[in-house]
Design a protein. Structure first.
Length: 198
């Protein structure tokens, strides 16, 4: 699963042609409303419970973010150690979500779906599972953050009812000690925080 342009690990799927791409080669463009072919998959969502599933989460985190720790909501998390869920297709892990609690809220710390399975409802199913769990435990909000360059994630979360409520300028640039190039070569600097009331 390599980028069609450079052979780096792909983390996105083109919504128009379906090609797999790394963040460097993703382009943000206006496209017509002609829908891409949607694939309906029969997948299962399960608690992360085995060493193999935690190892799969570690591989996802390395592929998508290049590091095992995530800084979100002013807290640092080791993603693979958190509770969460995996999405499996024919026994193979194709997506995951990790979450943590904060006061009256649950935080989605990390969500990843292999590029060839993006657009098939897996991410939405994983969010729904965390949302149901949080509501069942009396949490009032579901929180998530993304970087300022990740417009696909921003659109995805808003489509599920999340609202942008806070911007933390330069948090990501300060974490890395510099501004990094992001999706479509946008500079990665800021943490965008979203919430959904439960």
């Amino acid at each position: 699963m390599k980028c069609r342009c450079c052979r780096k690990d792909a983390v996105y799927k083109c919504g128009a042609c379906g090609q797999l791409l790394c963040a460097e080669h993703v382009r943000l463009r206006t496209v017509c409303p002609r829908p891409a072919k949607k694939t309906q998959l029969k997948y299962d969502i399960e608690d992360i419970s085995s060493d193999q599933e935690r190892a799969a989460v570690r591989r996802f985190v390395k592929r998508f973010w290049g590091e095992q720790e995530q800084l979100t909501f002013d807290r640092k998390f080791t993603v693979a150690l958190l509770p969460g869920y995996v999405a499996k297709l024919k026994g193979k892990v194709v997506g995951f979500i990790s979450a943590a609690d904060m006061d009256d809220a649950a935080i989605v710390v990390a969500l990843g779906v292999l590029p060839q399975y993006q657009g098939s409802g897996i991410g939405k199913g994983l969010i729904k599972k965390v949302e149901e769990d949080a509501a069942g435990r009396g949490k009032k909000r579901l929180l998530v953050s993304t970087s300022n360059d990740d417009l696909p994630a921003l659109a995805f979360y808003q489509s599920l009812g999340f609202q942008l409520y806070e911007v933390k300028p330069n948090v990501i640039a300060e974490k890395h000690g510099k501004t990094l190039p992001g999706i479509g070569n946008l500079p990665i600097r800021d943490e965008l925080r979203l919430q959904k009331k439960l």
